[in-house]
Design a protein around this ligand. Structure first.
Ligand code: C2E
Ligand code: MG
Ligand code: MG
Ligand code: MG
Length: 278
């Protein structure tokens, strides 16, 4: 009996693996046409200072598939990063977010914008020209834009990337290290690059009120940032207790569900506007 049962389990296991593979294949195929079928949307998640004032927003890509429903970026971004799709999608996202910012500026609203950039995007030959030409097209000042990159970007082509960061920084753009402390690269990169901001990842924030190891790690990150004159964004703030913990320090920016979940452009502008009236 046990053997028969075991045989069954193996079958179920294999089936689900196969189903998974088919699903992945389908999503990869659909991804190729998602852009021209206008299935992508940009959501914005507000970033606030310690008094709760909205300073800016992070743009987050959303894929709403007509049959499959919402497909999270953690699923499709890695797929898009395996080929040049990420370049097309990334250009579209930059164009859309800068266009929307120009609209907001026209209506008297101002904010800082952070955009996630993949390794494959930043090593394109014309990346610098591309970014600058979009800013120019919509007449948006370069110092409104922060590019979020992850440490993994420095594992390859560090030389080219240093150049790109230097050139764009000269024009007023800022660079943020996303998911700081979760990558595998050595810390030495921070000495020679134009970095303006660190984002403390949610994994260090989740248990900050109970885990002394997280407290030590976060304090170390804050010490590095302070020494290097980097801005610090704390990601994934969900509770008042977490805010109370971080309010022991000064000059931090908060981002998390406690303040606002990522939302469409109009809702973000409403959120900005509500604050103005308070
Ligand atoms: P990320 O850049 O670290 O973005 C932060 C993620 O944390 C977002 O997930 C956001 O919705 C989520 N988050 C924010 N506050 C909270 C909170 O309080 N609690 C919890 N549990 N989660 C919170 P999302 O939107 O699913 O994005 C996941 C990742 O996908 C991003 O991580 C980023 O690496 C990637 N991604 C998203 N949009 C883009 C894009 O346009 N380009 C590229 N290259 N990557 C993107
Ligand atoms: Mg990010
Ligand atoms: Mg992050
Ligand atoms: Mg992340």
């Amino acid at each position: 009996f046990a053997k028969a049962n075991g045989g069954n389990q193996v079958q179920i296991y294999e089936k689900s693996l196969q189903t998974k593979a088919i699903e992945t294949f389908e999503i990869e195929q659909e991804l190729k046409s998602a852009l021209k079928r206008e299935q992508f949307k940009v959501y914005y998640q507000p970033q606030v200072d310690q008094s709760g004032k909205v300073m800016g927003a992070e743009a987050l890509l959303r894929w709403f598939h007509p049959e499959k429903g919402y497909i999270p970026p953690d699923v499709f971004i890695p797929m898009a990063e395996q080929n040049d799709l990420i370049i097309e999608i990334g250009s579209w996202l930059l164009d859309t977010t800068i266009k929307e910012m120009a609209l907001a500026i026209q209506e008297g609203n101002s904010y800082e914008l952070s955009v996630n950039i993949s390794p494959r995007q930043i090593v394109q030959k014309d990346f610098v020209e591309k970014v600058l030409s979009i800013l120019k097209k919509y007449n948006v000042p370069a110092n409104k834009l922060t590019l979020e990159i992850t440490e993994g970007i420095f594992l390859k082509n560090i030389h080219d990337i240093r150049n790109v960061m230097h050139q764009l920084s000269e024009k007023g753009l800022k660079f943020s290290i996303d998911d700081f402390g979760t990558g595998y690269s050595s810390l030495s990169y921070i000495k020679s690059l134009s970095i303006h901001e660190l984002k403390v990842d949610r994994v260090f924030v989740q248990n900050i009120t109970t885990d002394p190891d997280d407290v030590m790690l976060v304090e170390t990150m804050l010490a590095i940032a302070n020494h290097m004159h980097y801005k610090v964004v704390i990601e994934g703030i969900e509770t008042e207790d977490q805010v109370n913990f971080f309010n022991k320090y000064e000059g931090l920016i908060f981002q998390g569900y406690l303040y606002c979940k990522p939302c469409c452009f109009n809702d973000f502008i409403d959120y900005l506007g509500k604050q103005k009236r308070d």
